[in-house]
Design a protein around this ligand. Sequence first.
Ligand code: ASP
Length: 232
Amino acid sequence: MDASIMNGKDLSSGAVSAVRCIANPIKLARLVMEKTPHCFLTDRGAAEFAATMGVPAVPGEQLVTERSRKSLEKEKQEKDAQKADQEKNLGTVGAVALDSKGDVAYATSTGGIVNKMAGRVGDTPCIGSGGYADNDIGAVSTTGHGESILKVNLARLALFHVEQGKTLEEAATMSLGYMKSKLNGLGGIILVNRAGDWAVKWTSESMAWAAAKDGKLHVGIDLDETSITDLP
Ligand code: ASP
């Protein structure tokens, strides 16, 4: 599993990759950010750090849901692995937030993509690709084809467009459009800024998302299907 997190207040960041047998890799990424002078720990070093921080080890099989198991079986049967990569979101979870002090942040966590080479790391733990947060611009979290996202630095690219005066929606459309036109890469992106504006866009088949603002909950999965309800 891979994860990364960033605080837009001071650009402090934490990331882990190739971690196994812990329940919440994003919490480990946060510990890297808060408890070490480093940004990114991987593999054995990340595991040792987790043990030092008292993060409990969980048997790997307990972390695999029935849904993931079925999805893996289906993936294994897919002949066109590249198509499978591009069209299916395989368990990345991302969040962006604006708090009451006016600070933005992002967090992205993934189990990666199945049927990949051993040792493969995607975009999710890479600051600038899997996400980015800067109070002066906004916060972004991404999902999709990791190799494409890495090549265009999707999160930072979207914020570049915001810096150039584009709205969050325009920035999301432009950065995803660039990735598609250059690399045929598909993905999804969520953004928030200090004014409390937010945007959600994807070029992949579907993306489950939700946004909470001003007492309203917005949710959707497929294009043009958003439902809005009152938050409890
Ligand atoms: N971006 C992730 C990766 O390439 C996968 C995903 O978003 O579903 O590892």
